[in-house]
Design a protein around this ligand. Structure first.
Ligand SMILES: C[S@@+](CC[C@H](N)C(=O)[O-])C[C@H]1O[C@@H](n2cnc3c(N)ncnc32)[C@H](O)[C@@H]1O
Ligand code: SF4
Ligand code: SF4
Length: 346
């Protein structure tokens, strides 16, 4: 297999590959991508967002952000201590575009020939559209939770739908101007109590906006924090999903995680339902917090910090491998795993 192609493979193929390597006592040859939280700051107030619910100012204080030279140093280390292939960097947050030095960060990453992508609420996308196209962003996930009124209500701030769409338009404009196919634009629509009965309307609203695809994201929630999962009429949602899956639209539509239709009700209503008790993410993705701490995901401890050690040394250290081995032998048992989007549901 051409390892360079791995970065572009769909999840199922990556999983098969990961399955074949996960036997080596907790080792993993490389992360397929690095989820880099640039900041926990955010300009919106989405009530279904765990970060907003945990109290933004407290999390922001707990994670002082790395500065530009620390981030550049991290990139330099990635190049110097090569993994098998260079992992893609996915910028995340909070709202990653709130970083004043965002353009400098992506320029540096692109200069070093590292692929990158991001998830954004789109508010500042217009401002960064040209830079994202010129610096070869691979793809952009823009979060839009439904038609205008629903989206603005969900996001807690008026005018957010229009701003996100203007951002998308600008990216499309610069792609055409520079004759580039990338970045691909995917809208990420998180299913919740105010939009579960407007999914098809969301597709029709967005399919001619220049986006390349749309993903409906099932709500992630926790034992003690259901957000508005209870307000979703599951029978209605299930019928809507079946209808969408059978229909053809102008753009590809996916659901994430790809829960089987028969499992949608227990996903939302029965927290004790026994889904497939496995997760491959710790083998595939490394997560870096705004302060440089490296974790596998929200179920793991901190394995190191990229300000003091290159990621290559942290990725297969004893604690990281012990975490992977624990998942291999005991399955996923942390309470954050219960309705995590990244576990295997089938
Ligand atoms: C946490 S946000 C960070 C990036 C950026 N602020 C944004 O909104 O796109 C990343 C994605 O997670 C989604 N999200 C937020 N809360 C969620 C939840 N409880 N379950 C599933 N997805 C959620 C958001 O809608 C967004 O698409
Ligand atoms: S914009 Fe993103 S990070 Fe901010 S509150 Fe909404 S989902 Fe959370
Ligand atoms: S299911 Fe658990 S182990 Fe897997 S990514 Fe989610 S929180 Fe981490």
């Amino acid at each position: 297999m051409d390892l360079k192609k791995l970065q572009n493979l769909p999840n199922t193929k990556i999983m098969k590959f990961a399955n074949s390597i996960r036997i080596f006592r907790g080792y993993s040859p490389f992360p397929v991508y690095i989820l880099l939280y640039l900041t926990y700051r955010c300009n919106l107030k989405c009530d279904f967002c765990p970060q907003y619910n945990r109290g933004r100012s407290n999390i922001v204080k707990s994670y002082p952000e790395m500065n530009l030279s620390e981030l550049k140093n991290f990139v330099d280390n990635l190049i110097r201590d090569k993994f098998f292939i260079n992992p893609r960097i996915h910028f995340f947050g909070g709202e990653p575009l709130l970083r004043k030095d965002f353009l400098e960060i992506i320029k540096y990453v692109d200069e070093k020939d590292i692929k990158f992508s991001l998830t954004t609420n789109g508010i500042l996308l217009k401002k960064f559209a040209e830079g994202l196209v010129e610096n070869n962003a691979k793809y952009i996930n823009v979060s839009i939770d439904g038609p205008e009124l629903i989206h603005d209500k969900n996001r807690g701030v008026q005018g957010t739908f229009k701003k996100a769409l203007m951002g998308i338009n600008k990216v499309v404009y610069f792609k055409q101007k520079n004759k580039k196919n990338n970045p691909k634009i995917t809208v990420n629509c998180t299913i919740n109590a105010s939009n579960y009965n407007h999914l098809e309307e969301t597709i029709y609203t967005l399919q001619n906006s220049g986006i390349d695809s749309l993903t409906f994201q099932h709500l992630r929630f926790y034992k003690d924090k259901l957000y508005d999962a209870k307000g979703i009429d599951i029978d209605y949602l299930t019928k809507e999903i079946v209808k969408i899956k059978k229909s053809r639209y102008q753009i590809p539509i996916t659901f994430f995680p790809g829960i089987k239709v028969k499992d949608i009700t227990p996903y939302y209503r029965d927290l004790s339902y026994r889904f497939y008790n496995k997760c491959l993410r710790p083998w595939l993705v490394s997560t870096i917090m705004p302060n440089g701490d490296v974790v596998a995901c929200s179920a793991s401890e901190v394995f190191g910090n990229i300000k003091t050690q290159p990621l290559k040394l942290i990725w297969n250290n004893g604690a990281y491998r012990a975490f992977r081995n624990k998942i291999n032998s005991q399955g996923i048992s942390h309470e954050n795993c219960i309705r995590c989007c990244h576990r295997q549901y089938y």
